[in-house]
Design a protein around this ligand. Structure first.
Ligand code: AMP
Ligand code: AMP
Length: 359
C-alpha cells in the first residue's frame, strides 16, 4: 500500500460541474442523512429512497433534492431499472445489508461505491475470521459444541440485526439449559471477551492509497449497558439476562499511545482484502469492531465493510477528521469527496464496483 498524501483540490467551476452531473442516492435509513448532506456539500444532487413512514422526514431536509417512496425497503430492486437510466451513484449502508438479500445486493447494477467482492467475505463469519486472522489480528476463541465451552461465551445468531437474540452463557451447563432455545437456529459460540467495546471508523482511498482514521464510537446496547446500574446483589434471583440490542452510540477518543496499533489494524485489514477480494480490495468507509482488554489488547469482533451508523455522531466532523481536514468532514462527506476526486481525475470506475462500471 502506498502512503501518499494528495492535497485536496480547491473548489472550481469544473469541479462543481463534474459533481453536479451525478446524483448520489441511498436508502432512507441508517446513515442516509449524513451521506446525502455530505453529497450536497460536495456539489452532488441527492436522492433518498424512502418508505411511506419515512418519506415526510426525508422531504423535510433542504439538502435532499428528491425523495422516491417505495412500500418497503426490501422492494428496492423493483426500482433499479428506473434508476439505471439516470446518472446515479449508490452509496450503500447497513440497511442494504439488512433489507436486501446478498444476491440482490450483488445483482444491483447501478453504479455502486465500493467493492461487492467484499460482501461474501463479510457475510460469512467463517470467511471473515480467516480474513482477520490472516491480517494478524486477534479474534475471540470460537467453540464448535456446547461441551467444548470452558469460559463465558456469547451466542451469536446468524443474520441477527444489531445484536438481537444474542445470549450470554457462563459455562457449558448454561448451554445445556438453553439448548432448547437454540435448536433449529444457526449460531456461533464465541468467547465472551471482558473489556471495553470500541468501534473504529476508517476510510481508505483507492485514489491516494492512504488510510484515514475518521472517528470512533461505542454502542449503547440494551440491556447490557444498564446492568451496572443495579447492584449485583440486587440482581441475584431477578432472572435478568444481558441482551445486546443497539439503540444508540456515543463518541470516544482512543488513548493516543494505542492509536498507532489502531491504524496498523486498519492497514492490515485493507492489505489482506486486496489479496482475497481482488486487487481493489476493501475501499471507502469501513469499521473494525473491537473489545479492548485490561492489557490493552484489541480483540476483533467484526469488520463492517461500509459506513457504520456510529459515524452519525460526527456529521460535523470528529476530533480525528479535524486533524486531516480544515473543514467539517463526516464519513458521508468523505465518500462524496472521493467520488468527486475520482470524477475530476477521470477515474470514476476506480471507486465503483467492477460489475457497475460506467463507460
Ligand atoms: P436500520 O436502518 O435502523 O434498520 O438499521 C440497519 C442495520 O444497521 C441494522 O442491522 C442495525 O442493527 C444497524 N444499525 C442501525 N443503527 C445503528 C446504530 N446507531 N449503531 C449501530 N448499528 C446500527
Ligand atoms: P456484533 O453483532 O458482533 O456487532 O455484536 C453486538 C454486540 O455484542 C457488541 O457490540 C458487543 O457488545 C457484544 N459482543 C459481540 N461479540 C462479543 C464478544 N466476543 N465478547 C463480548 N461481547 C461481545
Amino acid at each position: 500500500m502506498t502512503m501518499m498524501v494528495q492535497p485536496f483540490l480547491q473548489r472550481s467551476t469544473s469541479e462543481r460541474d463534474s459533481s453536479e452531473f451525478y446524483t448520489i442516492a441511498t436508502l432512507g435509513s441508517h446513515s442516509a442523512l449524513q451521506i446525502l448532506k455530505g453529497a450536497r456539500d460536495e456539489g452532488f444532487k441527492t436522492l433518498a429512497i424512502a418508505a411511506p413512514d419515512t418519506e415526510r422526514l426525508y422531504k423535510s431536509f433542504g439538502f435532499i433534492d428528491e425523495v422516491i417512496t417505495i412500500q418497503k425497503y426490501s422492494e428496492f430492486m423493483g426500482l433499479v431499472p428506473e434508476l439505471e437510466k439516470r446518472k446515479i451513484i449508490i452509496v450503500p449502508h447497513g440497511s442494504f445489508v439488512a433489507y436486501l438479500s446478498l444476491d440482490d445486493h450483488k445483482k444491483m447494477s447501478i453504479p455502486y461505491f465500493g467493492n461487492k467482492a467484499v460482501l461474501d467475505w463479510e457475510a460469512s463469519r467463517e470467511l471473515q475470521r480467516q480474513w482477520l486472522t490472516r491480517a494478524g489480528l486477534k479474534v475471540p476463541r470460537q467453540f464448535r459444541t456446547g461441551a467444548e465451552i470452558d469460559r463465558p461465551v456469547i451466542v451469536k445468531l446468524y443474520g441477527a440485526q444489531g445484536g438481537k437474540g444474542y445470549m450470554f452463557l457462563r459455562h457449558s451447563q448454561d448451554f445445556d439449559e438453553r439448548a432448547g432455545l437454540l435448536a433449529r437456529q444457526d449460531y456461533i459460540l464465541q468467547e465472551y471477551v471482558i473489556g471495553v467495546p470500541f468501534y473504529i471508523h476508517y476510510f481508505y482511498s483507492p485514489l491516494t492509497g492512504k488510510l484515514e482514521i475518521m472517528s470512533m464510537d461505542r454502542r449503547y446496547e440494551t440491556n447490557v449497558d444498564s446492568l451496572g446500574r443495579i447492584p449485583s446483589r440486587a440482581q441475584e434471583g431477578m432472572d435478568i439476562d444481558p441482551s445486546y440490542v443497539v439503540v444508540g452510540n456515543s463518541p470516544l477518543s482512543l488513548r493516543e499511545s494505542m492509536l498507532a496499533e489502531a491504524y496498523r489494524m486498519g492497514e492490515d485489514v485493507v492489505r489482506v482484502s486486496q489479496e482475497i477480494c481482488g486487487p481493489k480490495g476493501l475501499f471507502g468507509a469501513f469499521c473494525i469492531e473491537t473489545i479492548i482488554t485490561p492489557d490493552a489488547q484489541f480483540y476483533i469482533m467484526e469488520v463492517s465493510a461500509r459506513i457504520v451508523a456510529g459515524t452519525n455522531l460526527f456529521i460535523d466532523g470528529s476530533p480525528y477528521s479535524y486533524l486531516n481536514y480544515s473543514e467539517p468532514m463526516s464519513t458521508g462527506r468523505r465518500i462524496a469527496r472521493e467520488i468527486k476526486n475520482a470524477l475530476l481525475s477521470n477515474s470514476l470506475n476506480t471507486v465503483l464496483d467492477d460489475s457497475t462500471q460506467v463507460s
